[in-house]
Design a protein around this ligand. Structure first.
Ligand SMILES: *[C@@H]1O[C@H](CO)[C@@H](O)[C@H](O)[C@H]1NC(C)=O
Ligand SMILES: *[C@@H]1O[C@H](CO)[C@@H](O)[C@H](O)[C@H]1NC(C)=O
Ligand SMILES: *[C@@H]1O[C@H](CO)[C@@H](O)[C@H](O)[C@H]1NC(C)=O
Length: 408
């Protein structure tokens, strides 16, 4: 195996020359974009040019964006969770396999740094406004229990889901699953397609809904390409004032020097061919109460600014599934979900999420006592619980092509 190169460029994020000869409004906008770039992109100790066009900045761990948050100013970095959830599947032969990201081909970040995908000027310019960069479009947690929270919208224009929610998961403290990796085709560049887990507490209508979300997504408008990328998302107030993708709002403290949030994941699965999965675990550390993220068996970091109540009573507190968004509604688009194929095609063709587990109040991982499925229009995208398979635990097949003769 070739020795990994450590890139040594001593780069600072570029700030383009102030634009002369433009209208005052245009100059102001450019100044705002540059201001946001200076805030988001921290001076790196080294930078790695990824084959996919990304630049990965290796930022000193104490200089990462999380520490811009007022509550984290004097934060002592907790490098490790105090407790890992135990259980049948931890550290055993079933897993974990470390993830591979495209930028790994060109180098590694040194110790005491964290890899951060550099935000480009054009990334921000693609957002509908500077303030909306990295925020979620109006969204919601698909609600499977309408009576529990009658005002929660059960359908939101443009969003479609295929979700499995753990039954009886109140007072649970996290979830874990293996997510099949695909690169769904996106018809319009402002569509997105993702596969993820949701851990939620609070309620949508009281606007105290907290969510911690992680998975993979294809989102041309956010990243400027069609790559399958690792993402995180969190909100403290039902997507109202707080909440961002990745590191756009300060709050997530990275402890890992090999996994870049927002970085491309490769390889991805091939229809009828090689299959790739990533294992994702989100759990609440018993000591300290922070939510931790583990990907491919490695700790990635902790979310230090979310109130630390357990997954709670309203809504489906622990879910695994997928979402497709298109602004073009009510018309359907051919933006795919998962592999772009329906669940009944089965392994290697339909996408799967397997070994779905929940963290119980004794900090043990165990299969959910059952799952509830949700999908809005099963002729467009669908979800099914998989049959008996002793190595796969609780699992689902999900996905679909979107627009087709039965889905217009
Ligand atoms: C951080 O530490 C400095 C110096 O000890 C102190 O002045 C400041 O109030 C602290 N800030 C917070 C948010 O605790
Ligand atoms: C899972 O982790 C716990 C805590 O680290 C450990 O005690 C237990 O032996 C592990 N189980 C397996 C099957 O490795
Ligand atoms: C992304 O995919 C769409 C649809 O397949 C294609 O039209 C577009 O050119 C692709 N964009 C990039 C940046 O490759």
């Amino acid at each position: 195996m070739a020795a990994a190169l450590v890139a040594v460029a001593l780069a600072t994020p570029p700030v383009s020359a102030a634009a002369g000869g433009r209208s005052p409004a245009e100059r102001l906008r450019r100044q705002q974009v540059q201001g946001l770039l200076r805030k988001l992109n921290k001076a790196p100790l080294a930078s790695i040019q990824s084959p996919d066009g990304d630049i990965i900045d290796c930022v000193h761990i104490s200089k990462q964006p999380a520490f811009d948050h007022p509550l984290l100013k004097n934060h002592t970095i907790q490098m490790r969770p105090s407790y890992y959830p135990g259980g049948k599947y931890n550290g055993s032969k079933n897993e974990p396999h470390p993830i591979t990201q495209t930028w790994h081909q060109n180098g590694k970040c040194p110790d005491n740094t964290v890899p951060i995908r550099r935000i480009k000027e054009e990334d921000i310019l693609r957002a509908s406004s500077i303030g909306k960069y990295g925020k979620k479009r109006p969204s919601y947690i698909p609600n499977l229990i309408p009576t529990a929270d009658p005002d929660t919208p059960s359908v939101l224009v443009g969003h479609q889901h295929a979700v499995a929610s753990a039954r009886n998961a109140n007072n649970h403290y996290g979830t874990k699953a293996s997510f099949n990796l695909w690169q769904p085709e996106i018809e319009r560049k402002d569509d997105f397609s993702l596969t993820q887990l949701w851990v939620t507490s609070g309620s949508y209508t009281d606007e105290d809904l907290n969510t911690v979300e992680a998975g993979w997504q294809v989102y041309p408008d956010m990243y400027g390409d069609n790559n399958t990328r690792l993402f995180i998302y969190w909100t403290r107030d039902a997507y109202s004032k707080t909440g961002c993708y990745n590191l756009v709002c300060p709050g997530f403290v990275q402890t890992n020097n090999q996994i870049a949030i927002g970085g491309s994941l490769s390889p991805v699965s091939i229809y009828g061919g090689s299959q790739y999965d990533i294992d994702i675990l989100v759990w609440k550390d018993l000591n300290g109460g922070n939510w931790w993220l583990q990907v491919g068996g490695s700790d990635v970091g902790l979310l230090a600014v979310i109130p630390s109540s357990p997954a709670s009573q309203t809504g489906p507190p622990l879910s695994n599934g997928a979402e497709r968004y298109s602004r073009l509604m009510p018309a359907q688009t051919s933006t795919q979900m998962g592999s772009g194929h329906f669940p009944q095609e089965g392994f290697g063709k339909a996408s799967h999420i397997k070994n779905i587990q929940v963290v119980d109040s004794s900090n043990n991982l165990q299969p959910p006592s059952g799952v509830d499925l949700l999908t809005e229009q099963s002729n467009c995208y669908n979800v099914q619980v998989g049959g008996a398979n002793s190595n796969w635990g609780t699992y689902i097949y999900y996905g679909g092509p979107g627009k087709n003769p039965n889905c217009q």
